[in-house]
Design a protein around this ligand. Structure first.
Ligand SMILES: [Zn+2]
Length: 473
């Protein structure tokens, strides 16, 4: 609880809990996140931070002394879940010195410390955007503490965090010291398995492997390590998350028992063998369609020395981040030589091509009945904590998914990705009172999530504007 906003929310929560008050939301159309038809003119009753009744006014009569809130003409869905974020990254290039290292402008040690000192900064961005749960799938060890902290703080989204990721391909620039580091080595089967033990011991809530495609002569030995990590994670009772964007490595990850593939397969079309493995494991497929274009726009903005547009309809991105994005020219002199104007124009021109393959693979997984969860990779350059969820959902819609299906993928399926679907992700009695109120119908067009008017987390109802960092006209 490091900022005044959190203190305010905390006090409101104590008040609400101590009074045992019930809140009665009536009149909105309720979309419960299970895929069931919406309930017109529905009712949600909230008590002690949980849902006690969701249904029609006949099913959920108004209790005596309840605070009644009229929401006629609005739409209620569960709070959104972003199944792939990084608290250790900022949404700009200063958080990724392996992309551009500019120590005189943005010393990485200071950036890393600022992230550690104030995770509440992103927490406010999440709630402000309607996100009430996030899965941090890789970062410094301190991120593994966030889960417990967030549970008791109605000003925070629920968190599950993997902590440092295991990889054969490290990034020296990100490896600061024993305190702030992001990678565990994968130099042998023994070392790989030790990594899992270390994660378990430090309280990580998942095991994440960054499984970049090894060279042909290294495949066999690396695959053995990947499989050994999968076995060790299973023994440790931790879900296995794998970054494997190439089809071959994604299949190895599935054979290792991956609970979630944290990105699309993007090097070639998925095949039947992949689909069979995915379905047999019930592995979560997290497409992250827009993070690549965020990187391109960030780097191109530095090359061209022209600030990229920020898509933040509800003012949920903090001013410090906005200010950094507005000054890409500060990084220009640190650009690697290969990144020049020709590169930038070519990349911007080609931006859609890889996306087409990811879209086709997403639709193939969907057609086969695979479990898909919405995920942004927030924290990467120009994939901003909070509002990037809208861009990602819209990209999924453009790929061919219906808004109805995307709502389920961004609520119930996200909670399944976090292994927390018994506690949140759908609007059902007994679940956490985490929900959003929209002015427009999200079943017509998924962009309606931009029309957020209220956010409730743990039974505390906020006007969206109270959660904003900035006024956006
Ligand atoms: Zn990521």
């Amino acid at each position: 609880m490091k900022n005044p906003f959190h203190l305010l929310v905390y006090c409101a929560a104590l008040l609400a809990q101590s009074s045992g008050a019930q809140t009665y939301l009536q009149g909105a159309t309720i979309i419960d996140g299970t895929g069931a038809a919406g309930i017109e003119n529905g009712v949600v009753i909230v008590e002690n931070g949980k849902l006690s009744c969701v249904g029609s006014s006949q099913q959920c009569p108004v209790p005596a002394d309840a605070e009644v809130i009229e929401l006629q003409g609005s739409f209620i869905t569960p709070g959104l879940v972003d199944a792939h974020v990084h608290f250790g990254q900022t949404g700009w290039l200063d958080g990724r010195p392996d992309g551009i290292s500019a120590p005189a402008v943005y010393p990485y040690a200071a950036t890393a410390k600022a992230a550690k000192d104030n995770p509440g900064r992103w927490q406010q961005s999440y709630l402000c955007s309607g996100i009430t749960a996030v899965f941090d799938v890789g970062g410094p060890f301190w991120t593994t503490q966030l889960r417990d902290e967030a549970e008791n703080d109605p000003g925070s989204a629920h968190v599950r965090a993997a902590g440092p990721l295991i990889s054969w391909a490290g990034r020296e620039q990100l490896q600061l010291d024993d305190e702030v580091f992001s990678f565990l080595p994968m130099g042998s089967v023994e070392e790989s398995v030790e990594g899992v033990a270390k994660l378990k011991q430090q309280g990580a809530q998942a095991v994440k492997v960054w499984y970049l495609a090894p060279s042909a002569d290294q495949r066999e030995v690396m695959d053995q390590r990947m499989l050994a990590i999968g076995e060790a994670a299973k023994q440790a009772g931790l879900p296995l998350l794998v970054h494997a964007t190439s089809l071959r490595e994604a299949k190895v990850a599935l054979r290792a028992g991956a609970h979630m593939l944290v990105h699309s397969v993007s090097d070639q079309p998925v095949d039947q063998e992949f689909i069979n493995l995915l379905l047999a494991n019930n592995t979560v497929y997290a497409p992250t369609l827009v993070v690549g274009s965020g990187w391109v726009r960030a780097l191109a903005s530095v090359v061209l020395q022209a600030a990229p547009p920020v898509d933040d309809p509800n003012g949920c991105v903090d001013q410090n981040t906005i200010d950094k994005i507005a000054q890409p020219e500060l990084l220009h002199e640190y650009l690697p030589a290969a990144l020049n104007n020709a590169w930038a124009y070519r990349r911007l021109e080609n931006e859609g091509r890889e996306l087409v393959l990811m879209e086709q693979n997403l639709m193939a997984v969907f057609a086969a009945g695979g479990l898909i969860a919405t995920a942004t990779d927030a924290g990467n350059p120009m994939t901003l904590h909070g509002p990037s969820i809208y861009t990602e959902m819209e990209a999924m819609q453009r790929a061919g998914l219906s808004a109805d299906d995307i709502i389920v993928m961004t609520t119930r399926n996200g909670a399944q990705a976090m292994l927390d679907d018994d506690r949140f992700g759908t609007l059902q009695a007994g679940k956490a009172a985490d929900l959003v109120v929209l002015k427009q119908d999200p079943r017509e067009d998924i962009s309606a999530f931009r029309s957020l008017s209220h956010v409730m987390r743990a039974g505390i109802l906020h006007n969206q504007s109270e959660l904003a960092y900035r006024r956006v006209d």
